[in-house]
Design a protein around this ligand. Sequence first.
Ligand code: NIG
Ligand code: FE
Length: 419
Amino acid sequence: MKADLIVYNIGTLVTSKELERKSIGDMENIEVLKNAYIAIEKENIISIGEGNYPVELKDEKTELFNAEGKVITPGIVDSHTHLVHYGSRENELPLKIKGVPYLEILKQGGGILSTVRNTREASKEQLFNKAYEVLNRMAKFGVTTVESKSGYGLNMETEIKQLEVNKELNKKHPLEIISTFLGAHAVPEEYINDKKKYIEEIIKMLKKVKEKDLAEFCDIFCEDSVFDIEESRYILNEAKKEGFKLKIHADEIVSLGGAELAGELQTVSAEHLMAISDKGIDELVKNKVIANILPATSFNLGKNYAPVRKMINKGVTVALSTDYNPGSCPCENIQFVMNIASAQIKMTPLEIIKATTINGAKAIKKENKIGSLEVGKQADFIIYDTHNLNYIFYNIGINHVNDVFKKGKIIVKNKKLVF
Ligand code: NIG
Ligand code: FE
């Protein structure tokens, strides 16, 4: 077999291939190669290793790319975003600064409900164009796969509209989009006094979304004064019956027992977890639920970070994502999240790379295809403009990614989009 592309002279290649753990709390168990190469045929990796590339892989058509001794990692998987929505909420900033709590703004009809009003009014084209621009910026930061939730429609028509935009983006943008139905994100104003009725609506939406094949996952905002444990259990069980894989926004602000529920239902992931209990942590471990941590949200809300070190020590699989959304975290920059994880949560560079690559892929059940650089897997990788991995976490606040390859094709070159 001949390669279409060989990237050579890679100083440090973090493949994110998992190695055996040295202890339960070992999260640095990923492979790091020195002076390495990657050979690609079409969309996939056909050879990878240290030293010079095997000459027999090259013919006159093979393109050679010199990595100039820099750092390469798998493309970043942003496994939790609320990508598709309309409008923005900077008008709530003075309230936030004065200390009005996030859930209080929601109760007053602001927050998520204000974005719902804008998203219902927006055309599909407007939603698509806004999200497309965000994806472009995410790509420049090194992201190659994005999970995208609905949840700003809260009625059949607009939830479907958001998910159809996900589908369209997946077709038209080089980044891959994994679609999640989040009809249970809040109770819309028209049902504010009849939550039961809205839950019935959600069940109807679940069926329609599956019928139209618009989402792989179902998520829910399990939170004080949003959906309680019992309601979350009911909705997620119904989703499971329809064939959805499950996610849950759990124990973000109030410790309700969302992580325990995630364990009970064996959801793929539990998200946020700033207020997780010790029992909740044990349940995640026991049931192999991924903890998807969103530290830019803690940062932006001025709240505590999830007890990540405790989780790692107990053997939880931890992923990190942006939670990009118009309210609690209007942050598109995954490298900012990585900086916070290093400086505030004290995760090490290898732990952070693991959390944003192979563990991110696990959070969306795509670890067989993406998240690590191994023979047979998709050639999604990024070249950092540095010769030392630590530099990314030392020089904070700038974009360190120079080049991005998605499915073997370059999509960002010298920090510029080239598709
Ligand atoms: O993950 N917490 C619930 N949902 C989002 C925020 C949505 C919004 O504020 O618009 C989150 O933080
Ligand atoms: Fe979220």
